[in-house]
Every structure is written in structure tokens, then in C-alpha cells.
Design a protein around this ligand. Sequence first.
Ligand code: MEV
Length: 440
Amino acid sequence: MTNSRISGLYNLPLDERRTKVADSADFPPEGLTPFTTGGLSPEAADHMIENAIGLYSLPLGIGLNFQVNGRDVLVPMTLEEPSVVAGASFMAKLARAGGGFQATTSAPEMIGQMQLLDVDDIPSARLKIYEHKSELLAEADAIDPVLKKFGGGARDLEVRIIEDSPIGAFLVVHLIYDVRDAMGANAVNTACERLAPRIEAITGGRVHLRILSNLADRRIARVRCVIPVKELAFETVGLVPATGDHEGRPYVYTGERVRDGIIEAYAFAASDPYRAATHNKGIMNGVDAVVIATGNDWRAIEAGAHAYAARSGRYTSLSTWGRDADGNLVGTLEMPMAVGIVGGATKVHPAAQAAVKLMGVKTASELAEIIVSVGLAQNMAALRALATEGIQRGHMTLHARQVAIAAGASRELVEKVAAQMVAEKVVRIDRAEEILKGMK
Ligand code: MEV
């Protein structure tokens, strides 16, 4: 059983951190080896893409304190941006005090699209396809016996008329396919390509595109958390927003003030697409980090997320924030989540395999539930910072470390150089270089 609460992890050296994480997840320490090397060999990369000449690494951190549907989970997060892992971990701690994250998923149904052109009579062609629906579904169902064995397969067929396009009206056939624990692109694309000649024969038309839709709005993950209002209170030293006074006086943010500030920030995103894009980017900071760590297709997740955010015709927030009858903060997030734990890079990338194993997920749905929990936690971390001290304060120390490294600080000097820049409130590479020179 994993215990996701590890205090002081940040202060340990890297190798001790790995040991601690393995211990806390009841996981063999050698299971984390792929994270020390990045996992992928150049030879393996050569089999994945064309013209491979090497590898490209990103940091992998562990999201702490997560409890999803009553189960503790240590969450591998791959990304280059400072503050995200710390922010998500801190918010997961607050959410934990309210029972953690409650998450669900719909059936793992993907949509395959077939664009049907050159039919004589669009309404009749549409009905003819419906008349042959059961045989088309039976044919699609037989395509992937492995998926079928695990309970997946063709589920439904829908025929839409696109009335208004640059080439006039045409038909689109949607094949709904349950892909179980796969991301599903291969299964769905194969099924569409296989059905296309049958649809042409039935309608006398020409099937043009045959491809999965990334607007996976039948494969939705949902998550909810309640943050007890008292958990939101904190004291800070520094800028006092009411007066603009920077002179290092203590300032107490009450839980109610933080809660209301988060709800006001959400209202901005809910009603303005310019803000919604940034708000959703904060959610994707958490979502993509886990999607990448598990070898999943983050472009597909991004495309689905933003298309879903615009499904009403107006781009808006993917999450909501409000208060319950007891005055606690309540957050929700709902978005398409087409991730798999079998096949693709998840199968061949040793670090992705290690990430899936560390979380102990047995199904793609479980993985999706963890991913949306991290997205919601990360969204709250950003809103809390923005609604109180502003985003730069938390960023500054982490950013200062990166600047110190960029200026050439050795491992031993990074913290010192960063601390001095933060104290001076001058976080710039030229200043880091000067400080380093002074130290040498
Ligand atoms: C930065 O990577 C993400 C934020 O801009 C998100 C937000 O504004 O909600 C902080």
C-alpha cells in the first residue's frame, strides 16, 4: 500500500529521494532505475521515430499527498517548469484534508470519423447507412480480437450531416469504439479504414478521410475535491495587497478570503476566453506532466481538452470552483482523457512503464482519474497564488535556481547563488555570473 505523504522529500539528495519514494510505494528500488537514466536507449529511439539521432531528456518529479478515490498514489510528473510539482503536491495535501479527490470515468469509447463525399442524395445515403448498422458494427467488432477478448469493440454508429462547408454539404459517419485500456488510435483508424469500402458500396459515395477524432467527448474523466475552508488560511511576509506595502510585514490570508479569491478567479476564466486559455494551461501543466511520464500522446490530450472547452461555441474554463453549504471550497474538472496503459510508447518506454507501475494503476480509467486529479490540484495551486500573493513570489526561488545553473553554478553553489539573488530580488543571469565570480 502506497503512502503518498512523504515529509522532507525535497531536502534529501536525489538517490535518497528515490529510495524514500520506492519505500513509500512498496516498490522495488530497482523499479525506479529507468528514471536515473531517462529510460530510453538511442537504439530503442531509432525504432520509434524516423531519422533518430539521439535522445532528449526532461526532469521527472513526484507529486506527493495525492489520494484518489481513497487510494494513496505517488504521481510521476515529467516537465521542465518549476513550481508545478510543488504546487500540485501542496494542493493535494489540502484536498486530502477534505477526503482527497473523487474521480470517475465514462466508458473508454473513442470516435472514428469517415468523411463521405459524392453521394447523390445525402438524406437517403444517411438512412441507408443506418439500415446496415448492425452488419457494419459486426464487421468493425471482428477487427481486433484482442480488444474484443478484453470486452472492447464497436459500440455504435452515427451519421451526421455537415450542412455548411467550403465544398458544400456532406456526410460524416462516426464509429464509436470501446478501446478498453488502449489509447485507441490504432484500433479506431484500422476499423475506419476497413469499413470505408462497405460504406461506399452501401451509399455509392466516396469515403475520403478515415481517422479518429481527438475530441474524445465520449471518453470523459471527472474529478471533484472539497477543501475545508480553514485549510486555506495562511500567513505570509512581504507584499500587503491592500496597501502595496513591500516592507516585510506579516499578513494573514483567512481561509474565506482565499476561497473567495479562487472563486473570483474562476469566474474570470468562466466568462473570458483570454483568461480561460491561461487558466486551462495551468490545468494542463498538471495533466500533461503525467501524460508525458506515462508515455501517452499529450498532443491528443491537449487537442481534446481545448476542443472540449469550446464545445458550447464559446471557449471557457474546464474546471469550476464554488463553495458548499459549510463554506468549504469545492473544485471540479471534466475533460476528455484518451490515455492508455497498453501499446504505443507506454509499452516500449522503460520510464513510462516504471511510471505506470509506480502508481499501481491496472486500467486506463484509473490512470485517467489520477491525471484529472493532478490537473485540478495544479489549477488550484495557480489560482491560489494568483488570488493572493501573485505568481512570481513562489516562482522566484525556483526560477533563481535555474538561472544559477544557467550561469554555470556547480551543484554545491546553486542554492547559495539562488538565495542571494532572491534576497536581492534580482534574478538575472548577469547577476548570477557576478555572484559566482565573487564566490570563486
Ligand atoms: C503558468 O504555467 C500557469 C498559470 O499561468 C496558470 C494560470 O494563470 O491559472 C499560472
